[in-house]
Design a protein around this ligand. Structure first.
Ligand code: AR6
Length: 194
């Protein structure tokens, strides 16, 4: 496994890990600007626009996204549904519902299921590139470092077990979340946890 830091100009810094033919990248930014096949939305069970990253995705995609979401019959925690991306640069939006953090063992299982079911759905639709936010770490209260371990493990395991997806990104909105994710990725590679 090869983890490498690369540094272009000062404001563009990312960390990348290669897994077979795929790459996993940690970047800082706004997911609504990502030009990938699908961005993932940290949704609620009714798939209403809500706040946080979901509110931002719905604002950038336009009203048609909510029109399509209304017809999907909601989404259970840990599961994923797909819609078009409308005015977003991304072609599709994969909506997944993270757990509300309560410190139970199931929280990690449900959070891992969000990542794996989103990737499974992307693969089923023949998508090659997908960008995730840090699901559950905002309004749903999941501690960022704990969530980062679960997210990174789930993504890397999926990429080891499945071929087809070429690029997975985690797009972190804040400096803190970005630094924590890079630190966790480095630690997990060094300790052979992934
Ligand atoms: N790009 C990337 N990440 C973002 C962006 C953005 N534009 N905006 C916020 N984040 P949250 P949750 C980060 O609260 O915890 C909604 O109302 C943010 O810093 O959006 O899963 C839903 O409808 C945080 O790290 O999602 C649900 O009711 C991460 O996205 C509820 O919130 C997730 O924060 C879901 O809560």
């Amino acid at each position: 496994m090869l983890a490498r830091d690369f540094y272009i100009p000062r404001y563009f810094y990312s960390m990348e890990l290669r897994i077979g033919k795929a790459t996993f990248e940690i970047v800082k930014g706004d997911i609504t600007k990502e030009k990938v096949d699908a961005i993932v939305n940290a949704a609620n069970p009714r798939l209403t626009p809500g706040g946080g990253v979901s509110g931002a995705i719905h604002r950038a995609a336009g009203k048609k996204l909510w029109e399509e979401c209304k017809k999907l019959g909601g989404c259970k925690t840990g599961e994923a549904k797909i819609t078009r991306g409308y005015n977003l640069p991304a072609k599709f939006v994969i909506h997944t519902v993270g757990p509300v953090y309560k410190g139970r063992k199931e929280d990690a299982e449900l959070l891992a299921a969000c990542y794996k079911n989103s990737l499974k759905l992307a693969m089923k639709h023949g998508l090659k590139s997908i960008a995730f936010p840090a699901i559950s770490t905002g309004i749903y209260g999941y501690p960022v470092e704990e969530a980062a371990r679960v997210a990174i493990k789930a993504i890397v395991e999926f990429l080891k077990d499945n071929e087809g997806i070429e690029k997975v990104k985690m797009v972190l909105y804040t400096d803190d979340a970005y630094e924590i994710h890079k630190k966790v990725l480095k630690e997990m590679v060094e300790k052979n946890e992934i």
